[in-house]
Design a protein. Sequence first.
Length: 367
Amino acid sequence: MAKPKTRKSLQVFDEELRQFHMQGQWGVEELLVRSIGGPRPKGKPFLWKWETVYSKLLEACEVLPESFTARRSLLFANPGLPGHGSTHTLLMGIQMIKPGEVAWAHRHTMAAIRFVIQGDGKAYTAVDGEICPMENNDLILTPQWTWHDHHNPTDKGTLWLDALDVPLIIGLNVPFYEPYPGNQVQVLREKPGDYLQRRTAAARPTWEAAKKESFPLCYRWKDIEPQLRALAERPGSPYDGVSLEYVNPMTGGPTLPTLSCWIQLLKPGERTRRHRHTSSAMYFVVRGQGATTVEETSLEWGERDSFVIPNWAWHEHKNRSKIEEAILFSINDIPVMNAFGLYREEPENSLHTTNAPQVPAPSQVNG
Ligand code: 1HN
């Protein structure tokens, strides 16, 4: 008599598949089920106090007396993403170069922005040979694969915020890096702003191929601040106050293909409405005092503090002053989300109005 055939258990079968470097979809299903209602925020809400950052920067000047190819930038490591970045796509830090110092040129596929914290307009970053003077609150772009070095010919330390798309580029496994030949300073153009002005203004040379995204654009605070002020009395966004996105004039889009920069003003006493979105952001407090509540964590901020809002985390901002406005600079990965149709935003309380099935209650039907 033939022995009854015993059915192989799923567990044994899964193990067999593993030996052949295969996996059943049912193993992935769990991941999908966990995503009902959206992703879990990646990383933790966290705040870095300026006092600590600045004192560590001064120490870094002693323990790393010369920077050359490496940068004296203290990076914000999200406590929920060890070794990965400030958010899952962005890396932010504060850099300092000492009087007389030059950080030699290099280039990489990571794109960067600099937001100046302490600069008198004589220190500068050079991008593809273009001299970009650094003055307080100026924004300078270092698009991917452009040569860049930093120069401080003044007698005071120069400080700025670095923000890059490092975790995204590493995640996509497309990092390329090159030090400038001979580990040197790049050949600089003579007149600051000249090259840029002739190529990004209303007319450009016809004998050069038109470029779009790799210009070392500089956004001067003296131009941005009046724009922000001019809109200060408007209601702005209920979620972000009077918030402006820096525009790349060559594309009409965000500053860079992978990251966007915002400047936002919160009126005295203003409290924004809670929402969440699939993009993540890093913030730097330009002016003012307040709190940003991210999920259950209240991040109490003051001037020059930095903080992180992980993606898909509920958050709201509050300006704690009844008299002074607050100004926040931030970077986000919205362009990446938009590029793939993955940007989603959810305002508080919308779950009940948009996602839930609209079934009228029996009393409503009858009455
Ligand atoms: C970088 O190249 C700079 O050039 C600053 O100033 C910070 C952080 C990670 C990777 C590259 C710079 C950086 C960086």
